[in-house]
Design a protein around this ligand. Structure first.
Ligand code: DAH
Length: 507
């Protein structure tokens, strides 16, 4: 980094903000515009987001043992433009391995999983029923995941209800179609080489989710405000990178891991607390880099770019691409791949050359590797023209019947656009206030009927030293018209719960 720019920037930043990386150019606020849902760049992004707002505490009912993280601004990208040629997406088929769940318990079909328990269960409507799927079986009950009396647990029922649905394993669901299209690319490019894993339990240890991929102890992604904690030592995975170390230890050297991931977040058309990611990792041996006449890192970086450019062409056709330098705790160098699609630059995935420490700690000393992570919803929203992330969860046949196995890029036709209804809520905040906690309450009450929660007004009364926020909540069903009575009842409940749970004063 230019030392002059660095010191000028540092002087402008609040105390505690650390400037990391080799280039810092864009104003911190501008970085916020890079934020997109289901993003593969959570870790990169989190580094930027904290530059915008103070670290947020869990709500009073959630104990936080972690100190507020230091603020970090990460390196700003270099941009390279790569004109690329066309390749069409291949139809593909994949096995379906559906998990089912009731609100009481969930089941998974697994070959390998992270919890030392082999799960292979279908939870039927009222009672739990075991189904086939190799090995012993077990269930996860609501009580294991939603612990209202445990201050270290912050998993709401709305989120528990999503565990086990495995949208990515439904062959005719947009997420399943996309997953299979990516599988096809790897199968065609590297026949028989990549091992595919798509049924790992989303409840993982804090160690697997954070420590094993070198997430610093004070990284903001570990906070209760951003991650769902089941216990102090287990979380709902916030990225599929949580499985890297475990799969390396199992001896896998070429793998793709797909699964549902969970993050506490804002509410809008592109953010949902549960979404899906695919992680890829490929190990290189010394023999391979010597044969290529390169050093191990250079070979991994070169192969990474070649492989992922090919993947982007496979999915998007003849698009312009660029590589953007970024920061992830688990890779160095780290990049994001962007494509120029529908008139704008869009981040497709995050990736990089795996940190040596991860390889050494997990039985792969003396090797190098590339790794990537991509958000399936984000890509599926543009590939299938799906305007709202809630639609992925819809069981309405007017949605589900529009997609066919193997048909990537069928354009979704809106079956009807019901009008939104807006309701405002204003209150004086306290120091503990966090927007994610507000959103969780609204989602807990309105479920998928809430489309957006936006801060529309904010001011501080200097005499009282108090700050007021006004949020506008957009209620809209994707499937039907809502009645005034229904919305008023939801809003009344929101007001009541916000007041009782968030330590704010309604205005
Ligand atoms: N885990 C990252 C995220 O969720 C995505 C990612 C970036 C995965 C780089 C990787 C990687 O394996 O190398 O934001």
């Amino acid at each position: 980094m230019n030392p002059l720019r660095s010191s000028v920037l540092s002087a402008l930043l609040p105390p505690g903000v650390v400037v990391v990386g080799t280039r810092v150019g864009l104003p911190v606020l501008a970085m916020a515009t890079l934020r997109l849902s289901s993003s593969s760049s959570f870790f990169a992004y989190q580094q930027q987001k904290v530059g915008l707002t103070a670290p947020q505490r869990p709500p009073s009912s959630f104990a936080s043992t972690s100190p507020p993280p230091p603020l970090v601004v990460c390196s700003i990208p270099d941009r390279h433009h790569l004109p690329l040629s066309h390749s069409s997406a291949e139809a593909s088929s994949g096995r379906i391995s559906l998990g089912f769940c009731t609100r009481q318990s969930v089941g998974f079909c697994t070959r390998q999983q992270s919890w030392n328990r082999n799960l292979a269960v279908v939870a039927a409507a009222a009672s739990v029923t075991e189904v086939g799927g190799g090995g012993s079986s077990s269930t996860i009950s609501r009580e294991e995941v939603v612990r209202e009396d445990d201050p270290t647990n912050n998993v709401p029922d709305t989120v528990f209800g999503k565990i086990g649905l495995q949208l990515h394993n439904r062959k005719s669901h947009p997420l399943g179609i996309l997953k299979n299209a990516i599988y096809s690319y790897f199968d065609e490019t590297f026949p028989g080489v990549f091992h595919k894993v798509d049924n790992l339990l989303p409840i993982v240890s804090v160690k697997a989710n954070f420590d094993d991929v070198l997430t610093p102890p004070d990284h903001v992604s570990r906070s209760y405000n951003d991650t769902y904690y089941v216990t102090a030592d287990t979380v709902l995975r916030c990225h599929t990178s949580a499985h890297q170390a475990e799969l390396l230890r199992q001896g896998l050297t070429h793998f793709l891991v797909t699964g549902d991931v969970y993050r506490r977040d804002a509410i809008d058309a592109t953010h949902y607390p549960v979404f899906h990611q695919m992680e890829g990792l490929r190990v290189f041996t010394q023999q391979e880099w010597e044969a290529a006449g390169m050093d191990g890192t250079a070979l991994a970086a070169q192969e990474l770019k070649k492989t992922l450019e090919g993947l982007a062409r496979h999915l998007f056709g003849d698009v312009q691409m660029r590589w953007v330098d970024t920061y992830f705790p688990f890779t160095d160098p780290s990049y994001e791949l962007e494509i120029f699609f529908q008139g704008k630059w869009m981040e497709v995935l995050g990736c990089g050359v795996t940190e040596q420490q991860i390889l050494c700690n997990n039985g792969c000393a003396g090797t190098t590797a590339w790794a990537f992570g991509l958000g399936l919803e984000r890509l599926a929203m543009v590939l299938f023209d799906i305007p709202d992330i809630r639609l992925f969860w819809s069981n309405d046949s007017r949605f589900t019947s529009q997609f066919k196995s193997g048909q990537l890029g069928t354009k979704f036709k809106s079956f009807s656009k019901y009008p939104p209804c807006y309701k405002d809520i204003s209150f004086w905040i306290s120091d503990e206030f966090s927007e994610n906690n507000l959103c969780e309450i609204v989602r807990g009450i309105a479920g998928d009927l809430v489309e957006e929660v936006v801060l529309i007004d904010e001011f501080t009364n200097p005499k009282k030293g108090k700050t007021s926020h006004c949020y506008r909540i957009a209620y809209r069903s994707m499937e039907r018209s809502l009645t005034d009575d229904e919305i008023n009842a939801l809003q009344a409940e929101v007001r009541q719960q916000v007041e009782s749970k968030l330590k704010i004063t309604l205005r």
